[in-house]
Ligand binder design. Structure first.
Ligand SMILES: Nc1ncnc2c1ncn2[C@@H]1O[C@H](COP(=O)(O)OP(=O)(O)OP(=O)(O)O)[C@@H](O)[C@H]1O
Ligand SMILES: [Mg+2]
Length: 511
């Protein structure tokens, strides 16, 4: 196989030589230029696989070369060499399309890693088509997000993913990693809001045995766990101030210092961050460091709320219904036209995650072979109570019909009051005693997310993290959660909910 060809642009002969030798040892051929003009001539004449350029050149700014390459020679990966500590220049270069940066004095192991990643970038084909199956939606904005993902995946620049809760930020982050040359290495997501403040530094950077009470062994931090891969700082707005300073340093130096350790350790991670909060506003209010914001927000990718792309709803709804039904071993039902219209009109404050939850609930409650609008139980519509199904004497007796309506109204009230019977009774305008009597009469006396869904072999719990209903795909996982009565049972949830509320042992069909 032909060895790759690199272009080195630097006015200092010593640095050019150092870079040439390093690349040669990696079996990479190189040509060198001492200024922008010569570099442009070489670019015109040869097909390079990589370009390394200094930022301060005799006839101009390295940034000019970065822009020139973007315009004329894309997708050639170009990395910039910056003066030590000059992060502003690095950020400007990344914003203009540089693939990565390295600061002087050049650390050779770091340079080798950068070069190998850059060469992998050149090899990976555009991936928009692959992403289409995972990040659904044919609206113009979703198409543009998919092509942006394919583009930023080729760079090492920090990406800041903004968007409302449940809009798909983590999914976007995972796809950036998956399409990047770091694909074979770990993707690590840290929820900055979920780690107790006193453990944060050690979770991020690791610690040395004996560095504090309880540090009984050396521990590797999440930065090192993500070595060679991608680190997502989820809910980055929740980072406490002392950690913000340390993170800034880690980004700037590409090095971390484990707690209790004297020396710093070089780390090679691609940083992504996400939050549903307005970080720009937090910076203005002094609640988040401006310099850190500037560094993590080199490229911004904003995921729009679902209500602003309602044309995506039918595809998402069908896809999710099929996935949920298959996962629960049920036949895949259709969504009626009126159900689809209702979904498209609904404003989804909880975005795609809420759509998932609504469909999950509908799957548990629908009867017949289609999901109707009333099965969706869309909040605010009160459809389940107001839209009384038509009475057909050929099908049911009046008594059975009324029982069905009553059951539906009671289930709806219980759902809305999160299975709190006192609150549900109030909502229904009846006394607690009366509700208890009716629950017994209607066979709903075990009314809990588990009890009402038992009929379909489908169980559900409230997720502590987001308050949404979460289904356990198998009875086994239900038993596992139910096995720890009385205390908060934390279990990894299949829907990426972080924790699941404990199930009372007496409501568990298995106990
Ligand atoms: N365009 C999409 N296509 C398919 N599934 C999607 C899409 N957007 C989001 N999802 C799904 O919706 C759920 C929520 O997405 P995700 O966890 O990425 O949201 P988030 O923005 O990170 O939410 P939060 O702010 O609450 O952390 C996930 O199950 C995800 O797979
Ligand atoms: Mg998230």
């Amino acid at each position: 196989m032909k060895s790759p060809l690199a272009l080195i642009v630097d006015d200092e002969p010593d640095i050019r030589e150092l870079l040439e030798i390093t690349l040669q040892r990696m079996d990479i051929q190189s040509l060198s230029a001492e200024n922008i003009e010569n570099a442009k001539t070489l670019l015109h004449a040869h097909a390079f696989d990589l370009c390394l350029t200094d930022m301060r050149l005799p006839d101009g700014d390295g940034l000019e070369l970065v822009k020139h390459i973007q315009e004329r020679h894309a997708p050639l990966p170009v990395a910039v060499i910056t003066a030590h500590g000059n992060m502003d220049t690095a950020v400007r270069a990344l914003k203009n399309g540089a693939f990565d940066f390295i600061s002087k004095p050049v650390d050779l192991p770091a340079l080798r890693k950068l070069v190998s990643t850059a060469l992998k970038v050149g090899l990976s084909p555009p991936a928009e088509r692959r992403t289409r199956h995972e990040l659904l939606g044919e609206s113009a904005v979703m198409r543009s997000i998919r092509s942006k993902i394919a583009k930023v995946a080729r760079s090492q620049a920090p990406v800041y993913i903004s968007g409302e809760s449940g809009s798909g930020k983590e999914l976007v982050a995972r796809l950036i990693h998956k399409q990047s040359p770091r694909n074979g290495k770990p993707f690590v997501a840290i929820n900055c809001g979920a780690i107790p403040q006193e453990l944060m530094e050690s979770e991020f950077f690791g610690h040395k045995k004996g560095s504090f009470t309880g540090a009984v062994a050396d521990k590797t931090g999440l930065f090192q766990a993500a070595e060679g891969g991608t680190l997502l700082l989820d809910e980055v707005a929740d980072l406490p101030a002392p950690l913000q300073v340390k993170l800034l340093r880690a980004i700037q130096e590409k090095k971390i210092r484990p707690v209790g350790e004297q020396r710093e350790v070089a780390v090679d991670v691609r940083l992504l961050s996400a939050t549903h909060r307005d970080l720009g506003k937090m910076v203005q209010d002094g609640a988040f460091r401006q310099d850190l914001y500037y560094r993590i927000n080199v490229i911004e990718l904003s995921v729009p709320p679902l209500r602003d792309r309602s044309s995506d709803i039918p595809q998402l709804a069908r896809h999710m219904t099929a996935l949920l039904a298959e996962a629960n071993g049920m036949p895949v039902p259709e969504l009626s036209a009126s159900a689809m219209t209702a979904l498209m009109r609904y404003d989804f404050p909880g975005n795609v995650r809420e759509l998932e939850n609504i469909l999950e609930r509908a799957l548990a409650l629908y009867e017949g072979d289609r999901i109707e609008e009333t099965d969706l139980n869309l909040p605010g519509s009160d459809a389940a109570i107001t839209a009384v199904p038509e009475f057909d004497p050929a099908e049911l007796t009046l008594e059975n019909f009324l029982e069905k309506v009553e059951k539906r109204a009671i289930s709806e009230a219980l759902e809305k009051s999160r299975w709190n019977k006192t609150a549900a009774a109030k909502r229904l305008g009846m006394s607690f005693r009366s509700l208890r009597y009716r629950l017994k009469k209607l066979g709903l006396d075990d009314a809990s997310p588990t009890g009402t869904r038992r009929a379909r072999g489908y169980s559900s719990n409230l997720c502590n993290a987001c308050g949404a209903k979460t289904s356990n795909k198998t009875k086994q996982s239900h038993y596992r959660i139910a096995a720890t009565p009385g205390e908060a049972a934390y279990a990894a949830c299949s829907r990426q909910h972080r924790s699941i509320a404990p199930v009372k042992p007496d409501t568990c069909p298995g106990s």
